[in-house]
Write a protein that binds this ligand. Sequence first.
Ligand SMILES: Nc1nc2c(ncn2[C@@H]2O[C@H](COP(=O)(O)OP(=O)(O)OP(=O)(O)O)[C@@H](O)[C@H]2O)c(=O)[nH]1
Ligand SMILES: [Mg+2]
Length: 494
Amino acid sequence: MGVLINRTGVVDIILVGDRQSILIPDLSRYRISPGRLKGLRFIHTHLDDSGLSMEDITDLLILRLDMIVVVCVSSDGHPGKTYLGTLSPQPGTKREIQTFPDPGGLPRNPLTIIHEIEQEMSRHIRGLATEGVIRALLVDLKTSPKSGTEESMNELAELARTAGILVTDTVIQQRTKPDPRYLVGLGKLKEIVIMALDSGAEMLVFNRELSPSQLRAIADTTELKVIDRTMLILDIFAQHAKSSGGKIQVELAQLRYLLPRLVGKGTALSRLAGGIGTRGPGETKLEVERRRTRQRIATLKKSLNRMKEERKTRRKRRRQKALPVVSIVGYTNVGKSTLLNTLTRSDEIAENMLFATLDPVSRRLTTSGGTACILTDTVGLIQDLPPELMRAFSATFEEMNDADLVLHLADCSHEDLENQIATVNDILGSLGLDEIPRLLVLNKGDLVDPETLSNIERRFSTFSIIATDPGSMEPLLTTIWERLEIAVKNARAD
Ligand SMILES: Nc1nc2c(ncn2[C@@H]2O[C@H](COP(=O)(O)OP(=O)(O)OP(=O)(O)O)[C@@H](O)[C@H]2O)c(=O)[nH]1
Ligand SMILES: [Mg+2]
């Protein structure tokens, strides 16, 4: 037998189980907020002499029960040994369990204990909040031994850092196939919730795209904020977009991604599109929200088309001036903006974070001899770039079409160099830019020891530069002018 007692001391639910177990019904109508418990005490019997089972502790943690009490019943039906479990307000210590010879020993003042725990919890949460960061746990599956999950998780952690998220733990589950409902298995998901509660994490970040139904099921089961890799990248783009064009492109991508995922529950970073999907509207309100979203998408598309036209005119004008164009492309954070700054003595944002540049700039590069070209910086690329973003940023990518030379910059100090180069080549191919002459150059030569550096240079048959050092630009400049001369000649011959 079991009873769930609310804060006013009234029995809300009576439960009857069998010899082994007792099932708690869906308690989602009892909401919890950060720093609060569920408002329900769960008192139930065990037909043997065992204390709190693993199941009991999981319920205590996941349902955030005010307290859980086990009364052991002897074969003659008398109540005996009694256990009281409460959540510990301090993360890391998990829970506290007290034992009494019979139910009479239970504390007379449960509410005082509950309030103390809640006070301590909210003090703790306020403490975390003043740190001004969101704490999150990263989750992924490893479906085959050679899948590169670890590298990809490092990148996810880097993305999280860029978005202002503090990573508390990283969980990789080995599994041959993803679970259709929760991606990871349900058992693993429960472990994850317990880890999150222990470390004060309020959010789960999945390193793969989650389907709308997975997103919902995971959020419902864990009562945590859930986002996936795509949403994280979209959030970073939203934080970094400066120009109105950039903002339109990001918002469009976000709305397109979120529309099928509008489920009326806390499933998005609050910054995302003004908190869409963070509250719990009824179905009708949700419909209104969906319609509004569709309307907004239509409006944004119109502005985007206008923007494309404007860019076309600008490009035409540039063409008329007949200056050749060099596009610097490459994986995010390799030093593209730094190189542009050094070469053209300008002052664009260059920072050690992913996707620092979202609004590509063009600058004129002139030699002492008077030769000139236009140098453009571009949005950094990344593995598994969300298709919504590719679509939304098509205007930006289209500009690359104009390049007479694509300068592919790669970070030779990065452990994942080879993979990053391959990813960029793939994306350039999918954008139909294979025809444009391409020059691969290695950057950050100062971060690799000379011997390794010359090995890497030989392997990729190219040379290296140090974008932060204006003195190292000579070979690059010479090569750029040589290649441009050839490119321009070929273009004339066409
Ligand atoms: N040590 C070293 N650091 C470099 C070099 N070039 C760039 N960096 C650093 O690398 C980081 C990224 O540089 P950015 O120029 O912002 O890179 P980006 O490719 O424009 O990055 P996104 O716009 O985010 O895609 C910055 O902290 C730079 O200071 C280099 O040659 N050596
Ligand atoms: Mg940049």
